[in-house]
Ligand binder design. Structure first.
Ligand code: NDP
Length: 324
């Protein structure tokens, strides 16, 4: 049995419950990993509240790093004793140890600590696909990135700088704007005080941005369409402020033949070879120093409810790690 944080019903942070949970032996194509650090993500909140449905009771958590303890038949890329990390379904990373589908678990280079890996896997793989697998973004292009001082955001600022892409970042306080700028945002906008559409038009001299990357959702989606150049790409990838209402396709024509996609990391990770190659590119950014992992908060696993409260209250910056 291992200490595991589960939910038996949807609700506020108080539904998170620490229990002893069974951990079995890995079957064919599986491994058992003992966690050293666990990552916290906004998706955990959506699963807790029920916005994203789970069959209950269910353990939460989508990413962790640790040491492989046992491997099942047919697993060749990992062996007992290997350092490894993952961002993957099924949820259940808020635990000391678990069995996982091996294809989605990536060997972890020695230069990256367990805490760094737990902080960066899910958010960093997200940035990888946002910048490389949706529209071809090149040096000199401009993107608008919402919540640029958050977990995904702080990686995006550094990634954009390393690729020569101009990132305009929004954030909810002056302090967060300064943090995003220090990490590579070319321009920042406090979207609780300033009209971000007007500011983006001013910064881009009326041209608009090539792409918007929006994990905030309800509060930012509609106005973000007005920030795009003709045929620009609106990438909606989250709902921190609530889900985006239905889109009227005719609006996209009227605003300049815009493109819209609603993405999820798990589509891109579904192919095991692509999952491993995405992890390699992310590890490269971290080991080269182009992306410095930003751990803003640490909580012991048993205090994960407090971590959820802080994330939902917009009190966090960068990534949050749960310690064991
Ligand atoms: P963050 O650390 O970015 O936290 C969310 C941030 O959103 C807050 O800090 C806050 O920043 C901003 N925000 C704006 N409005 C609200 C609101 N009403 N309530 C709460 N926060 C608000 O979280 P993550 O880095 O974990 O994730 C960022 C987004 O990306 C989330 O929506 C997440 O679900 C999504 N995501 C999607 C993936 C995908 O593939 N689809 C994969 C990974 C993440 P500020 O105060 O500056 O406004």
């Amino acid at each position: 049995m291992v200490r595991t944080m589960i939910i038996e019903e949807n609700g506020g942070p108080e539904v998170l419950k620490l229990v002893d949970w069974p951990v079995g032996e890995p079957g064919p194509g599986e491994i058992r990993i003992r966690h050293a650090a666990i990552g916290l993500n906004f998706i955990d909140v959506y699963q807790r509240t029920g916005l994203y449905k789970l069959e209950l009771p269910h353990a939460l958590g989508m990413e962790a790093a640790g040491v492989v303890e046992a491997v099942g038949e047919g697993v060749t890329h990992l062996k007992p004793g290997d350092r490894a990390a993952y961002a993957a379904n099924p949820p259940g990373a808020y635990t000391e140890a678990r069995v996982m589908p091996a294809a989605l678990v990536c060997p972890l280079p020695d230069e990256i600590s367990f805490e760094e890996a737990a902080a960066v896997m899910l958010q960093g793989l997200t940035v990888e696909y946002l910048f490389h697998r949706i529209v071809p973004l090149r040096a000199g292009d401009t993107v608008l990135f919402h919540a640029a001082a958050g977990g995904v955001g702080k990686i995006a600022c550094q990634w954009a700088r390393s690729e020569g892409i101009t990132l305009i970042g929004t954030a909810g306080t002056e302090e967060k704007c300064l943090e995003a700028k220090a990490l590579g945002a070319a321009h920042t906008i406090n979207y609780r005080k300033e009209d971000f559409v007007a500011r983006v038009r001013e910064i881009t001299r009326g041209k608009g941005v090539d792409a918007v990357m929006d994990g905030v959702g309800k509060d930012t989606f509609a106005a973000s369409l007005d920030c795009l150049r003709p045929v620009g790409m609106m990438i909606s990838f989250g709902n921190a402020s609530g889900p985006v209402p239905p889109v009227n396709l005719l609006d996209l024509a009227a605003k300049g033949s815009l493109q819209v996609t609603r993405t999820t990391l798990f589509t891109f990770l579904a192919d095991p070879a692509r999952c491993q190659s995405m992890a390699k590119r992310l590890y490269g950014k971290v080991t080269s120093g182009e992306v410095k992992v930003q751990i803003g908060q640490r909580y012991p696993l048993e205090q994960v409810a407090d971590a959820h409260r802080a994330l939902e209250a917009r009190e966090t910056t960068g990534s949050t790690v749960l310690t064991l």
